[in-house]
Design a protein around this ligand. Structure first.
Ligand SMILES: Cc1cc2nc3c(=O)[nH]c(=O)nc-3n(C[C@H](O)[C@H](O)[C@H](O)COP(=O)(O)OP(=O)(O)OC[C@H]3O[C@@H](n4cnc5c(N)ncnc54)[C@H](O)[C@@H]3O)c2cc1C
Length: 366
């Protein structure tokens, strides 16, 4: 059988493309090297709880078109992401807002908070920040930096803030109101029943093969489709011939606990350097779960080596330049469309992936 499209990757990008292509009467085969569909938004059910296997995923967008689009496939609950930060034995609300400042300095008004931050920034007298530490200090002042930024960032990047470039932090989301909603977006929520069901609906009636790696599969089936949509790693597609792009990875340690409520919140960040993990996610709170047990995941940020899950692209000059070279090669592959976070070597939130996939569909599926 020859398909119109071979879609490599059953993640959000590949699945949106497959759904739209089917609507236009095209035939698709979707393959994924993992043993399940849904890519990084996959939820695994443990003790009746939807566990976000590849990291906590909160859907948020200001794009009404994308919000309406995703709502075709699921009803979203009214979850609002309001993480908490633990620094030694102190506990603060995030993002940095009046609740955080009030707890930190025992103050009440925005004016008082602004004065403290400005005074700390002025005392540092940093005119041209040379690294991330100086940049963050010059934006946040000493207390917020030391307690809430320094240790967390060092764990995330595996390096001291003094050795990280300043561009990583361009601005800080300070809020001088009492508001713990992490996102500024108009729409936010978690799909009731988990994300995998969304992708199941998108791929309904479409041929799907899991446990199928493209590079093996295409050797045996070179004429399987007229065109390919490739959402795997762009450098791997080209056999790493220009060199390998770099990523940061995350290791998850997931545990079932015999209690119904471990930390009272879905997301708790650990901001001191001494605690080895960056966050603990308690999955049931995404869906207001009432189960008897609970499931938590500790997240450890780690170096990435080939063969590991590539989570976050390292978009510094060196890697962006290398990606541009791969992009030029990609432009010459007339029958291959590169998409998604790995095909574009870009950190995309889910709404941006949907936007990008719909844009490609509009051009491609006439
Ligand atoms: C830790 C973490 C937390 C996140 N949290 C949020 C959040 O809260 N909110 C939000 O909006 N976004 C979040 N995101 C981003 C979100 O995960 C992505 O936007 C989305 O999953 C990207 O979809 P995709 O289809 O591009 O990639 P993926 O989901 O990675 O899909 C690509 C698929 O291709 C498959 N594949 C790769 N190579 C091959 C091959 N050679 N052969 C066959 N199959 C292959 C992979 O197995 C994978 O299933 C988060 C990302 C991470 C890493």
């Amino acid at each position: 059988m020859k398909y119109n499209y071979l879609i490599v990757g059953a993640g959000l990008f590949g699945s949106v493309f497959a759904y739209e292509a089917k609507k236009k009467g095209k035939t698709c085969l979707v393959i994924d090297k993992r043993d399940h569909i849904a890519g990084n938004i996959y939820c695994e059910e443990i003790e009746g709880i939807n566990v976000h296997k590849y990291g906590a995923h909160i859907f948020h967008t200001s794009n009404k078109k994308v919000w309406d689009y995703i709502n075709q496939f699921a009803e979203f609950n009214n979850y609002i992401n309001s993480p908490v930060a633990v620094y030694k034995d102190e506990l603060y609300n995030l993002p940095f807002n009046m609740n955080t400042f009030s707890k930190m300095w025992g103050i009440r008004t925005p004016q008082e908070a602004k004065e403290i931050i400005q005074k700390q920034i002025a005392e540092l007298n940093i005119t041209e920040p040379k690294n991330l530490e100086e940049q963050a200090l010059s934006l946040a002042g000493t207390d917020v930096y030391e307690k809430l930024i320094k240790g967390y960032t060092e764990k995330q990047w595996g390096r001291p803030c003094t050795e990280l470039p300043s561009f990583i932090i361009k601005r800080l989301p300070f809020r001088f109101i009492y508001d713990n909603n992490y996102f500024n977006d108009r729409y936010q929520g978690i799909p009731m029943g988990g994300y995998t069901k969304i992708v199941e609906k998108m791929l309904d009636g479409i041929d799907v093969k899991t446990n199928t790696d493209y590079f093996e599969f295409i050797k045996e089936n070179p004429d399987i489709a007229e065109k390919t949509v490739f959402t795997g790693m762009i450098d791997e597609y080209f056999g790493y011939k220009l060199g390998a792009l770099e990523y940061r990875s995350v290791r998850f340690e997931t545990e079932v606990l015999d209690t119904d409520n471990y930390q009272g919140n879905a997301v708790v960040n650990y901001t001191d350097r001494e605690v080895p993990y960056t966050r603990i996610i308690e999955h049931k709170h995404f869906e207001f779960g009432k189960q008897e047990k609970t499931v938590i995941s500790r997240e450890y940020s780690s170096e990435w080596h080939q063969g590991m899950e590539p989570y976050y692209p390292v978009n510094d000059d060196k890697n962006n330049t290398l990606f541009d070279e791969y992009r030029k090669l990609a432009d010459q592959e007339k029958d291959v469309i590169f998409g998604g976070r790995l095909g574009n070597y870009k950190y995309y939130d889910m709404d941006k992936v949907i936007e990008a996939a719909l844009e490609v569909c509009e051009k491609e599926l006439v």
